[in-house]
Design a protein around this ligand. Structure first.
Ligand code: ZN
Length: 186
């Protein structure tokens, strides 16, 4: 799993809080997956924050399936995001510009640019093995359409039971990919 498994927590991953820790965890993630893993429908999207400090590429279909969550923080931020496995995301620059906010279970890592405040991607509680990427932070040329579905994050524990979200960060159809669906949803 995580390349930076210095802490023994298996599913309770250590939450990076300092800039250095965030950089380490992101670097570990990107080092571990130097090559993006496309699947059939994927195109290469580029995106980032507003000031340009944070830039990434992400493999995803041109028609994006975005989640509109009504949990306490997503509602305030009007957060919409689509889920990808970590292997489909690569941070090109900006580790040093990212800062992290956590609350409650501290599982979601709400990363955002400390210069412009824009959250262009983050590590959601529903998908510790993936990233939530903001479709509105992509360079729109590759985005054909965004299909938005709602997620009742106000009742997170209940909603996740029947949600397809956890499965979306599993690499299922990558050619030559060896990532195993090691545990069932949830
Ligand atoms: Zn920025």
């Amino acid at each position: 799993m995580a390349a930076n498994a210095t802490n023994s927590g298996d599913h309770q991953a250590k939450v990076p809080t300092t800039g250095a820790e965030i950089a380490d965890s992101l670097e570990a993630a990107t080092d571990a997956t130097p090559d993006l893993v496309p699947t059939d429908n994927d195109v290469v999207h580029t995106g980032g924050c507003h000031c340009g400090a944070v830039q990434f590429v992400v493999m995803a279909p041109p028609v994006l399936q975005a989640v509109d969550c009504n949990c306490s923080i997503c509602f305030k931020k009007q957060n919409r995001h689509f889920i990808v496995p970590k292997a489909k995301f690569k941070l090109l620059q900006g580790e040093d510009s990212l800062t992290c906010y956590t609350f409650n279970t501290h599982q979601a890592k709400h990363l955002f640019c400390k210069t412009c405040g824009v959250q262009s991607f983050y590590s959601p509680r529903s998908n510790p093995d993936g990233y939530g990427v903001m479709p509105h932070c992509l360079d729109q040329v590759t985005v054909e359409r965004v299909v938005v579905e709602t997620f009742d994050g106000q009742n997170w524990e209940q909603t996740i039971q029947t949600s397809s979200l956890p499965a979306r960060s599993k690499v299922t159809q990558g050619k030559g990919d060896t990532k195993e669906p090691e545990k069932p949803d949830q």
